[in-house]
Design a protein. Structure first.
Length: 270
């Protein structure tokens, strides 16, 4: 098979197809800067070169779902007749069977994102929300001058009451078919000793993919705030502000020892 699209979704699609015993022979892409490079040993070619070498093979579109129809049109004009999208392989990816050592959490997120974006585009009768921010505290352990959550303007910051938040969220979720990601954040999430209540109540919804819990790397969660992170559909995202996020290493070491999924987003300017 031949792929079209050497972007974010090509690596997970190659992994997924290899699990099914399929080895793409090349990836076609319109970006000339990518030609001559490779992804997981699969060479990237121009569409013209891919067609010259492999026009007898089926093409699988590995680009983001929102570009599928545009690319399908290009492929038809070039003369390709067997054109598929990547949904089948992406949705059947078996995480426990894979053998690559790094980037599993990020790969997991990309595959979820692909499938959810696909569903939102091809099932327009469904109400799909990519993410919902669940603010659980107005307090923060840092005082960033340009905080986009406007923490610097709270004169009497407080932790949010879970019953109050879920009164509104329960009503919203009654109208929604699927949420890709709940983002639990503040302020600093772990300033709130009851952060776990929000995570556990979010987990009772049946129609979401995952919960991302945000932290600025200053407070190491413990007790129930740590336990609530130990679920397959929960992961921790640490925003790393350099020396200000002074406990990032301590946190990530703890998460590794506890099998908690996490990633660290380095922020160089704020
Ligand atoms: S750490 Fe995040 S939430 Fe806290 S003040 Fe800075 S930008 Fe705002």
């Amino acid at each position: 098979m031949v792929l079209f699209g050497a972007g974010l979704f090509a690596p997970p699609l190659i992994h997924s197809m290899r699990q099914h015993g399929l080895n793409p022979v090349c990836i076609m892409d319109n970006a000339t800067s990518k030609h001559g490079q490779s992804i997981h040993q699969v060479p990237i070619l121009s569409p013209a070169e891919g067609h010259r070498l492999h026009s007898q093979l089926p093409v699988v579109i590995s680009a983001a779902p929102k570009y599928i129809e545009e690319i399908r049109g290009q492929l038809v004009r070039m003369g390709w007749t067997r054109i598929l999208d990547g949904l089948r392989w992406m949705s059947e990816f078996e995480y426990e069977q894979d053998t690559f050592a790094v980037g599993l959490d990020s790969l997991h997120n990309e595959i979820d994102r692909y499938v959810d974006e696909y569903v939102s585009i091809y099932h327009r009768d469904r109400l799909f929300i990519p993410s919902i921010d669940v603010i659980i505290t107005e307090k923060c352990s840092l005082r960033c001058r340009d905080c986009s959550n406007l923490m610097q303007y709270y004169t009497n910051p407080r932790n949010m009451d879970a019953d109050e938040v879920f009164l509104a969220l329960d009503e919203l979720m009654g109208f929604v078919d699927h949420v890709l990601e709940f983002r639990v954040l503040g302020g600093e999430t772990f300033v709130n000793p009851s952060a776990w209540q929000f995570v556990e109540r979010l987990r009772t919804y049946s129609h979401f993919t995952r919960i991302a819990v945000y932290s600025n790397g200053t407070i190491v969660p413990k007790g129930r705030n740590l336990q609530c992170l130990q679920h397959d559909n929960v992961y921790l995202r640490v925003t790393d502000y350099g020396p200000l996020s002074r406990r990032t290493e301590e946190m990530t070491a703890l998460f590794r020892s506890q099998g908690i999924a996490y990633d660290v987003l380095r922020v160089d300017g704020w």
